[in-house]
Design a protein around this ligand. Structure first.
Ligand code: SF4
Length: 91
């Protein structure tokens, strides 16, 4: 089964608070911004007006890649509160 097919079996219930926090000062200093490429859900983007790195937690697959790959340790990441986050549509 391809990863896209596996992901299609899941749904996400979002909490209003993001479970991913970024250290803005560290992100400003970061040259690679590797999270933009590494996140399989493509949730990291640059805000066009400000040039600020941002993350949209609402599609997070909870893989933890951004937490591990950030060279400046600028990502603080916790699992969403119980009852929120990614879950299987089929139990
Ligand atoms: Fe993207 Fe995975 Fe980080 Fe979620 S945990 S934002 S899916 S890299």
């Amino acid at each position: 089964m391809k990863i896209e097919e596996k992901v299609s079996l899941c749904a996400i219930k979002n909490h209003k608070e993001s479970h991913i926090k970024l250290d803005e000062e560290a992100c400003k200093r970061c040259r690679t911004k590797v999270c933009i490429i590494a996140c399989p859900a493509h949730l990291y983007t640059i805000e066009p007006e400000t040039g600020k790195l941002q993350v949209d937690h609402s599609g997070c697959l909870e893989c933890g890649t951004c937490l591990i790959i950030c060279p400046l340790k600028a990502v603080t990441w916790q699992y969403p509160e119980p009852g929120f986050g990614i879950y299987s549509r089929y139990g």
